[in-house]
Design a protein around this ligand. Structure first.
Ligand SMILES: NC(=O)c1ccc[n+]([C@@H]2O[C@H](COP(=O)([O-])OP(=O)(O)OC[C@H]3O[C@@H](n4cnc5c(N)ncnc54)[C@H](OP(=O)(O)O)[C@@H]3O)[C@@H](O)[C@H]2O)c1
Length: 287
């Protein structure tokens, strides 16, 4: 598995997104564990989760606990795996997603995540989404405190603008290691943030890199150039999309979600798919 930098670490260039295994439509636990083990066996060493990846109100941290259990029961070395979690987004249980960027809340949420993951320090803690009710610098200031206190080892942000990336990096004293924004052939609106991260040498983690849980299977139908390149290589259009994202900058680490072993096995192979300059141009034009 090819690796890329995430702060001071090298992790697999393709990560695993945990959300489909914990929200509405999730599979049974045995299939989820098999999916996580398949990812780890394929060389994936980056798993993205969040305390808010759960379905019902009373099960905050469902995905963190699931991933923690799966990594612990895997035959390999758990210390080789970076579990990246997030805080600041909440699911009250009615299907909605709300925000809480209050610094005191974020600090408690991070400590609860560390406990659920069974770690002294969270490998990467990301502020999930800006809260319009709280000045951004105050929310990110909580991450600076958490770094200083050793509750988290690395800090990242998500759903951030270019201005917020700069503000967060300043508040963190240059210690911002990652930005996680929506990016796929279907959603290109964070291209500016991707390029900004490339300039700064900060990891950029595209979320919903295949267009999202409900749209991922239709990627080839929606983007003919991706289907054409896939046919030429005998691979899936989804694998082409991930290889195309990897080709945009060295800081890009897509985190495709999966709830089946075959999905993440196929996605992990994107690191070895070489795209020609001609193919990249055709994909750029169709995205
Ligand atoms: N920061 C944020 O605000 C935010 C928001 C949304 C998501 N995320 C993160 O980003 C991750 C990825 O996003 P996502 O899960 O929403 O969407 P996604 O990665 O675009 O799509 C996930 C779906 O793609 C399917 N899939 C994966 N690899 C495939 C392949 N090679 N071929 C065919 N189908 C494939 C999976 O199907 P199966 O289920 O059948 O395996 C899965 O349900 C999430 O899991 C989460 O960790 C973050």
């Amino acid at each position: 598995m090819k690796t890329r930098a995430l702060g001071d670490l090298q992790v697999s260039a393709i990560g695993l997104g945990g959300m489909p295994m914990s929200i509405e439509g999730r599979p049974d636990e045995s299939r989820s564990i098999a999916t996580i083990h398949a990812a780890l066996d394929a060389g994936v060493t980056l798993i993205d989760t969040a305390d808010a990846y759960h379905r019902d109100a009373g099960e905050v941290g469902h995905n963190e606990e699931l991933i923690g259990r799966a990594v612990a029961s895997w035959g390999g070395d758990p210390s080789s795996v970076l579990i990246a979690t997030k805080g600041g987004h909440l699911r009250p249980g009615d299907g909605s997603w709300t925000q809480n960027g209050d610094p005191a809340y974020l600090k408690e949420a991070a400590k609860a995540s560390a406990k659920r993951l069974g770690v002294d320090a969270i490998g990467l803690y990301q502020f999930h989404r800006p809260d319009p009710k709280v000045p951004y610098a105050e929310s990110v200031g909580a991450l600076a405190d958490l770094l200083d206190e050793g509750v988290i080892a690395r800090a990242g942000i998500s759903n951030a603008s270019i201005a917020q990336i700069d503000e967060a990096n300043e508040v963190l004293g240059g210690r911002l290691v990652s930005v996680q924004n929506q990016f796929s052939p279907k959603f290109l609106s964070s291209r500016g943030e991707l390029d900004h991260c490339a300039r700064l040498g900060i990891a950029f983690l595209p979320w919903s890199p295949l267009g999202g849980i409900s749209k991922a299977s239709g990627l080839g139908g929606d983007h003919a150039a991706f289907a054409k390149v896939a046919d030429a290589h005998g691979v899936s259009p989804q694998q082409v999309a991930l290889a195309w994202e990897l080709s945009l900058a060295d800081v890009v680490l897509p985190i495709p979600g999966a709830s089946r072993p075959a999905s993440i096995q196929d996605s992990a192979r994107a690191v070895d798919l070489e795209l020609s300059a001609e193919e990249r141009s055709a994909l750029d034009a169709d995205a």
